[in-house]
Each structure stands twice: as C-alpha cells, then as structure tokens.
Design a protein around this ligand. Structure first.
Ligand code: NI
Length: 308
C-alpha cells in the first residue's frame, strides 16, 4: 500500500507541550490545553501518586502471571501474529478483571483531564495493561489510533499512557510526531505487512521529526487519537508496565466519506467475534455490570453518609 505523502511535521510548540507542567493536581490549565491542541500530545507530571502506582504495578504483575482474558479474547500480543509470538503482551478491557479500578483516583484524574481536553461528556472506552518484557526487541510501530476504529465516524478521543516505573528511550517510552493530528488518518498496513498481525502501522512516516518523552513513574503522556506515535524496544533488564486509558468525546460522521482499506480480513476481527459470543465474554459483561452497580451503591452510600 504505497503512499507518497509523508506526515508533515509541525514547527510549533512540541517542546513546550512536552515540558509543560500541569499546575493543578487534577485539571489542565488553559496553556496546557492550548499546547495539547497545537502538538497533539502532552506530558503530565505527577499524574498518579506513588501509592497508586505501586498498587497498579502489583495488580499488573498478578494479572500477567494469571491466565485472565485469554478465552474472552482480551489477552494477546500488541504486535504478534499467528506465526510469531511477540514480546509485548497486553490485556484489554482491564476493567472486566479488576472492578476496583472503577473508583480509583487514577481513573478519576483521567476523567478530569479528558473533560478538560474533549469538553463535557466523555466516555471511558477502554483500559489496557501493557507489558514490554525485559530485553524485548519489539517496537510498537508508528500508528494513529483512529486508524484502528470505524471509518464511518470521526473520533475526538485521547489516550492517557501511564508508566508504572521510570521509563526512557532505552525502556520503550512514548514518541510522537507533533502536529500530525491536524492532518487526516494516513494510510496504514498490517504490522510488518503480515495479514494476521494484531495491529497496523503507518506506511510512511519520518521518525526524524519525533519527540521522545521519557517519564518518571506516575507521570503520564496524553495523546490525541490522530497523532502519530510509537514506542521503542525495552533494552533494560526490568519489565516495562504501562496502563492506558482511552476516553472518547462526541462521535460525528466524517465530512467526506472515507474507507480504511487496511482493516479488511484481520485476526483482530476474529478476536472481537470471539469476545462477543464467548461464555467468558458474557460472564465478564455480567460481572462488569455488577461492579458498576456496586460502585454506584458505594458512591450513593458515601454521599448519604457525608451529606450532613
Ligand atoms: Ni496507539
């Protein structure tokens, strides 16, 4: 799938966007929002406190050591395919396996930032746990998240990426191409052009224009669903865990009809079908609903207890 159009780098404020500190603990100020709109991403220091990071990390260690998610189709490898076992295992729809996340401060912080950047009504679409094993030679290839979604609606969405240990370029931190969210969704192909690959990669991207975002544990990057991004191999001797929340704002039909040709005939579709009809998928949905009801009852009880 050839493409002669490179992503156009932006001369704008990527440096400011990367370095900008959030001055309040749970909300972005106007400068941070403006920098995000300009660059398509933002680094947020002190996103999660050390206790929450430690709890999430021990949860991830436990989940990845267990078999959760396999039968529901929620467990796989970020870039693997049928003929190749990758080194970036992930668990999607994490909330199905850990209902305690429903009330976590990290999630509440995510909602606050999503509302700041997307406006009023936002939906937490997915939570994912990602492990890049020590010595992993695999990069997460350059892509735009919107290329994975339906072409029939445009998506104003953000992903919040929270490392659960310090991470730099050697450990596989996030990298972005500033301003690339202001163009269209560019042509993608299956990773390594292998049909069964569990994801897509941009066909034409110039990594010379990337911004590398090393982060301490508990900081986060926030990126728009259309900005081009990737992360490198994990050349360190420790596990690189990351917690990702995807928030979506209003969906609208695209101004011009579009087609994402790269989405045909993928292993990913098969996983989705398995997730829809599998007994475990059904059980997970019931448990998730129950967890939501319990969380609402707890919140109602708290309000009642503290309202007078
Ligand atoms: Ni992505």
């Amino acid at each position: 799938m050839a493409c002669n159009l490179a992503l156009v780098p932006s001369p704008v404020t990527w440096y400011e966007a990367h370095m900008l500190a959030v001055r309040t603990p749970s909300h972005l100020d106007a400068d941070a929002c403006a920098a995000f709109r300009s660059a398509g991403f933002l680094s947020v220091p002190d996103f999660a406190d050390p206790g929450d990071v430690a709890r999430l990390r021990s949860l991830f260690v436990r989940l990845f050591a267990s078999p959760v998610g396999f039968t529901a189709g929620d467990r796989g490898d970020l870039i693997g395919d049928r003929g190749r076992v990758g080194t970036i295992p992930q668990i999607v729809h994490l909330e199905r396996y850990e209902p305690a996340l429903l009330d976590s401060p990290v999630r509440q912080r995510g909602f606050a930032i999503a509302r700041d950047l997307l406006g009023g009504d936002v939906l937490l679409d997915c939570e994912t746990a990602i492990l890049k094993v020590p010595g992993s030679p695999d990069s997460t290839p350059w892509h735009q998240d919107e290329a994975f979604w339906s072409a029939e609606t445009t998506h104003d969405a953000i992903s919040i990426w929270i490392p659960l240990q310090d991470v730099d370029a050697d450990g596989g931190c996030m990298e972005f191409i500033a301003g690339s969210h202001r163009g269209e969704v560019r042509p993608h192909q299956a990773i390594r052009d292998v049909d069964d690959a569990n994801g897509f990669e941009l066909v034409d991207v110039d990594p010379r224009y990337r911004t590398i975002c090393p982060l301490p544990a508990g900081a986060a990057t926030v990126h728009h669903s259309r900005v081009a991004h990737s992360s490198g191999p994990n050349c360190t001797a420790i596990e690189r865990y990351a917690y990702v929340m995807v928030f979506v704002g209003p969906r609208r039909p695209p101004p011009v009809k579009r087609e994402f040709m790269w989405q045909g005939g993928r292993a990913r579709d098969k996983r989705r079908v398995a997730s829809r009809v599998g007994l475990d998928g059904l059980l997970n949905r019931v448990l998730r609903r129950a967890a939501i009801v319990v969380a609402k009852l707890n919140a109602w009880n708290d309000r009642r207890r503290y309202s007078g």
